[in-house]
Write a new protein. Structure first.
Length: 161
């Protein structure tokens, strides 16, 4: 009976993964119980086809310890020629009643945050994404040193085709 249950679970996992046909890259890294302001989460991207377009997403797992309505992030896309494209992004993380946005059944929510559409990777070589939190409290210049409630940061690439 146990073997049968394990086979059913394995089959369901396979179906779930194989149904995600647009996924090219999807990886998470843990930041612990909080995300330090000097901690940069980096992802080395796989070799991508230069004549294809891709949609890019940031993924964030957070819990009820997250104390803010919004999340500010600085994303750097390092190209093979060492040129760097930098974006400062803001995302809403809560509903008006203060409950967390995102998917999930427990106190941990997973948010898929849109980053770029129709991005092309025309240069041959390694691209690297660097992600850093840039949250500040209202009226303060110094950034939040330990951003509580963020547990994992991820990056996802989806094929447009």
């Amino acid at each position: 009976m146990m073997l049968k249950n394990n086979l059913v679970l394995l089959f369901l996992c396979f179906c779930f993964v194989s149904c995600d046909k647009n996924r090219v890259f999807d990886e998470y890294k843990s930041v612990g119980k909080s995300w330090h302001k000097d901690s940069i989460v980096s992802f080395q991207l796989p070799q991508l086809e230069k004549d294809k377009s891709y949609n890019l997403f940031l993924n964030v797992r957070d819990n009820d310890d997250y104390p803010f309505d919004n999340l500010f992030i600085i994303v750097s896309l390092e190209q093979p020629d060492k040129k760097i494209k930098v974006d400062t992004l803001e995302y809403s993380m809560t509903n008006p009643d203060g409950t967390l946005l995102g998917e999930g059944f427990s106190d941990i929510k997973e948010s898929k945050l849109f980053y770029k559409a129709n991005e092309k990777f025309n240069l041959k070589g390694i691209y690297t994404i660097h992600i850093k939190q840039a949250v500040r409290q209202t009226g303060k210049i110094e950034g939040v040193k330990e951003l509580k409630g963020i547990t994992d940061v991820g990056f996802r690439i989806e094929s447009k085709e």
